[in-house]
Ligand binder design. Structure first.
Ligand code: ADP
Ligand code: MG
Length: 619
């Protein structure tokens, strides 16, 4: 592979970009200066974001996991991204897509959402890590060592969701991770960063969600001006309405039809939908309720009619978002289409009409985010920080005040990186500790905001109430992650906390899981070796035993006794030995003892082959 990137050599780690999607995930990297999506073994660039957990503890991702959908749907996790970084209560409020979710209380405030698979439970962070690991594997197979990785997140993701995504990347063993907003990645893929300024709308319709954002570009910096959307409006909903139509046409009673038939028909609906993006009409063979076969034709117009109500919902979201941000259509310099569902011709024409201009859609809408992420990763790793991408805070950040109020330190929509500080004092005489409660939200009372962290600044010298000066500083880095520093001014007592949201995984927990993952990987390698040696050993026992009979005359009695002993030891080892190393030694022993016997056998068979045969036959 030729590489024109000046600073990277062939063996250097390659920067990659990952679009970790609700429905599909994609990995890309920059080759010869251009972003390219990396396909997997199955030739597909899109990795379905689903994970199958086998009863023996192993897991499979993507199409491989999908093969179990028919028979083991209860062991498959899908749409995991919807649950990442949510508390158990928040997760319980999400629409479930065929997976069981239980809340596991870990301590007073941190309640982590888990998926319950019966014999084990899995956190959304762990499941996301499986997907990231599979994508990193793909990248490794294609380009070698993976370096800096940019993982995209929706612009509306809050601190907890971003932190959880980072946790997942760490758990997946990615060494250096940066987060990037999905709409910003799309704008980068269109090369918009090279322009001086502009205002761009990003209309992203994926499998499960609709996201709309407006970005402002100024002096090489993107700011998210507004984000809006519907987390329960996606291409899957199109599948559902088309499936309902098909059920009717096939004579099924929607109330009575079994889950398996619905699942199959949903798949048919999806593939008809995909084909209708290319063809004006498609036909498919289906089974009627009475089990007779029928060929149904669906036209693009019919599908368009079904999609229209969903499109109108996206229109209301777009209109409201633009109005709230005081942006007029004429202010926009471009509209970018993102997400698989925007491949439908009716979506393209709807968006054209809605924005009164043709949208940018020549970069494949389901690859555009990964490509932008790859460009950014390459830029960060190989060309320094020429480009600083600013995002804005999705929600205000602050602390709880006396009486349970919420004091904002950083307002919503503040561009990051940023910092702010405030000064507090003690409420009681001789108060030596002060509990800081870090919150995120837009409500006035602390109890209505989301709790991110609690910590105590201790060691305040005894003073009269109101005398102590407590400086609290919030600092947000370029990934949107928060560090809180609290300091007592007179003594300099300080406390620094990197805010790991209550519902994320604790650092210690992640380290433990990383260690376990590593240990498991070693176990896997050992198991594979053991299996290989067992197969090899069994065939060696057979072939040597046969040769001991057929070629007995080639051995002295002493040699024969030695070989028989070695065969016996290997035979016993194969039955009972659980360590690959010992099997390997037994195999080596037998190989060594039979080396000269083998040579003699080979010589004899060559002699037999040559004898009585025409020389020309041997050439
Ligand atoms: P996400 O961002 O949610 O992971 P994607 O951007 O990959 O999802 O979009 C997935 C959705 O796009 C699915 O509902 C899928 O059926 C739909 N989709 C993909 N290709 C097409 C197509 N050619 N025509 C219509 N819909 C499509
Ligand atoms: Mg997406």
């Amino acid at each position: 592979m030729k590489d024109s990137t000046p600073t990277s050599s062939k063996n250097a780690a390659r920067a990659i970009g990952i679009d970790l999607g609700t429905t599909n995930s994609v990995v890309a990297c920059v080759i010869d200066g251009r972003p390219q999506v990396i396909s997997g073994d199955e030739e597909s660039a899109l990795l379905p974001s689903i994970v199958y957990y086998a009863p023996d503890g192993r897991s499979l991702v993507g199409e491989q996991a999908g093969r179990f959908a028919e028979h083991n749907p209860e062991r498959i996790l899908s749409s995991v991204k919807r649950f990442v970084g949510l508390s158990a209560d928040e997760a319980a409020a999400q629409p479930l897509t065929g997976l069981a979710l239980t809340a596991v209380a870990t301590d007073d405030q941190a309640r982590i959402a888990h998926f319950d698979l019966g014999d084990r439970s899995v956190t959304p962070v762990e499941a996301s890590a499986e997907i990231l690991r599979a994508l990193a594997e793909r990248a490794r197979a294609a380009v070698g060592t993976v370096g800096l990785t940019v993982v995209t997140v929706p612009a509306y993701f809050d601190d907890a969701q971003r932190q959880a995504t980072r946790d997942a990347a760490r758990l997946a063993g990615l060494p250096q991770v940066r987060l990037l907003n999905e709409p910003t990645a799309a704008a980068l893929a269109y090369g918009l960063a090279t322009r001086k300024s502009g205002l761009y709308a990003v209309y992203d319709w994926g499998g499960g969600t609709f996201d709309f954002s407006v970005l402002r570009l100024a002096a090489g910096v993107f700011q998210v001006k507004c984000t809006s959307g519907d987390t329960a409006l996606g291409g899957d909903d199109i599948d559902r309405v088309l499936c309902a139509e098909l059920l009717g046409a096939l004579g099924f009673d929607e109330a009575k039809v079994d889950a398996r038939s619905v699942r199959k028909l949903l798949q048919t609906a999806r593939s008809l939908k995909h084909d209708l993006s290319r063809e004006p009409a498609v036909r498919a063979q289906m089974l009627r309720a009475d089990d007779t076969e029928v060929t149904l034709e669906v036209t693009r117009e019919e599908l368009d009619q079904l999609v229209l109500p969903l499109l109108l919902r996206t229109k209301r979201i777009v209109r409201r978002a633009l109005r709230d941000a005081s942006i007029e259509l004429k202010d926009l310099d471009g509209v970018i289409l993102v997400g698989g569902a925007t491949r439908m011709p009716c979506v393209i024409s709807f968006v054209t009409e809605l924005f009164q201009r043709a949208p940018l859609c020549d970069v494949d809408p389901d690859r555009v985010v990964a490509e932008g992420a790859a460009l950014q990763a390459d830029l960060l790793q190989n060309r320094g920080k020429d480009l600083l991408l600013l995002d804005v805070l999705p929600l205000s950040l602050g602390i709880e005040t006396m009486g349970g109020g919420f004091e904002r330190l950083l307002a919503r929509n503040t561009p990051v990186p940023t910092s702010a500080h405030t000064v507090f004092t003690t409420a009681a005489d001789n108060q030596t500790g002060y509990e800081l409660h870090v919150l995120q939200g837009e409500r006035e009372m602390a109890k209505n905001c989301r709790s991110l962290a609690k910590f105590v600044l201790s060691g305040i010298p005894p003073m009269k109430a109101g005398k102590a000066r407590l400086h609290v500083a919030f600092c947000i880095d370029e990934n949107g992650l928060l560090t809180v520093t609290a300091k007592e001014a007179t003594t300099g007592t300080a406390q620094v906390v990197e805010v790991v949201p209550s519902y994320g995984l604790e650092k210690a927990q992640i380290d433990k899981m990383l260690l376990e993952a590593r240990a498991l990987r070693d176990n896997d390698i050992e198991a594979r070796k053991l299996a290989e040696f067992q197969v090899h050993g069994a065939s060696l026992v057979n072939s040597v035993s046969e040769a001991l009979i057929s070629d007995a005359d080639l051995l002295t009695e002493a040699e024969r006794v030695e070989i028989v002993g070695s065969v016996e030891r290997l035979r016993r080892g194969l039955k009972s030995e659980k360590r690959s190393l010992l099997l390997e030694l037994l195999l080596e022993d037998l190989h060594a003892l039979t080396a000269s016997f083998n040579e003699r056998k080979v010589n004899r068979s060559i002699m037999q082959a040559v004898t009585g045969k025409d020389l020309r036959e041997r050439v």
